[in-house]
Design a protein. Structure first.
Length: 304
């Protein structure tokens, strides 16, 4: 005999809470929340052959839930038809704790493990020539236009007996476009993307969970100091993402605004520290959260 299915009423309300947690959880669950990521300098230029190794900790708090995530990433800069491109691999590990009451029943979240890895390729189409480290010293940015494609791989920890997991048990792909304009020490950026999900056909209770695409836009105003430190003011808006259980709608479209700031400070030519913070300014689907992060970045290769 198969496992008994949970009542539709309980599942609908519990999943609404679960999506509020997971969609508002920042980088720790990229398969569910990548559309909310606020990433300054996504289409900036860098010398070819240089690599960026990063490690950091991010904590997000939303209501009774706290998520802590350790994230490692590796980025390589390369030549794509005379323009610079980059390839990034992200490996997140998350711990989520908290509880809510749904229809007199308690929905607990206490889980940790490897979240789904993320692979992202970005290609600058205009204004970011592929330059060596020596050539890059004379580079002055004007207008950059770029494109990107990200994808998650469902390798994260997943238990179909749990409502909330650190792995999503589904793929997503996310194409995007962006521009960056330099005005003196300032950089002004605008980017947009769509995130498209496959279905989780092994959801809790033997159900199938699916979701409409999420569409987002983000903008950044970045100021560069003479020592190459920089600080940005960031904003992002996203909408869409209606979810379905066995083909039946269980939520409406999301509509959220987030604002934040990021600062990067160089320790020396190879190392830098980055601080970030963001908060939800408006949420039509009750999944706002506060997020704080710190990361260390090491640059190597390409003649450094």
């Amino acid at each position: 005999m198969g496992r008994p299915r949970l009542s539709a009423r309980f599942l609908h309300r519990a999943i609404a809470i679960a999506f509020g947690i997971l969609l508002g959880s920042g980088t720790a669950f990229p398969t569910l929340s990548y559309a909310q990521e606020i990433e300054a300098r996504a289409y900036s230029n860098a010398p070819i052959g240089v690599n960026f190794l990063s490690a950091g900790v991010v904590q997000a708090k939303s209501g009774n839930y706290t998520l802590t995530s350790e994230v490692m990433s590796l980025t390589h800069i390369f030549d794509v038809g005379g323009q610079s491109g980059k390839l990034t691999l992200v490996l997140p590990y998350g711990q989520l704790t908290g509880s809510s009451t749904v229809g007199g029943r308690t929905v607990n979240a206490s889980t940790e493990g490897l979240s789904d890895p993320l692979i992202k390729a970005s290609v600058n189409l205009y204004g970011a020539p592929a330059l060596t480290l020596d050539q890059f010293k004379d580079y002055q940015q004007d207008l950059i236009i770029g494109a990107s494609l990200a994808a998650s791989v469902p390798w994260g920890k997943y238990d179909d007996n749990q409502l909330i997991n650190v792995g999503a048990n589904r793929w997503f792909i996310q194409p995007g476009l962006g521009i960056s304009k330099a005005l003196g020490p300032w950089r002004f950026e605008l980017a947009g993307s769509g995130i498209f999900y496959t279905s989780n056909t092994n959801f809790m209770g033997g159900n199938s969970l699916s979701q409409n695409p999420v569409y987002s836009t983000q903008t950044h105003a970045i100021y560069y100091f003479q020592n190459t430190a920089w600080i940005s003011v960031d904003a992002t808006y996203f909408t869409g993402g209606q979810s379905y259980l066995n083909g039946n709608p269980i939520s409406g479209n999301q509509e959220n605004w987030r604002f934040g700031s990021t600062m990067s400070y160089p320790v020396n030519k190879n190392n830098s520290i980055r601080l970030s913070a963001s908060t939800g300014a408006y949420s039509r689907t009750n999944n706002s959260y506060d997020l704080y992060g710190i990361s260390w970045q090491y640059r190597f290769g390409g003649g450094l």
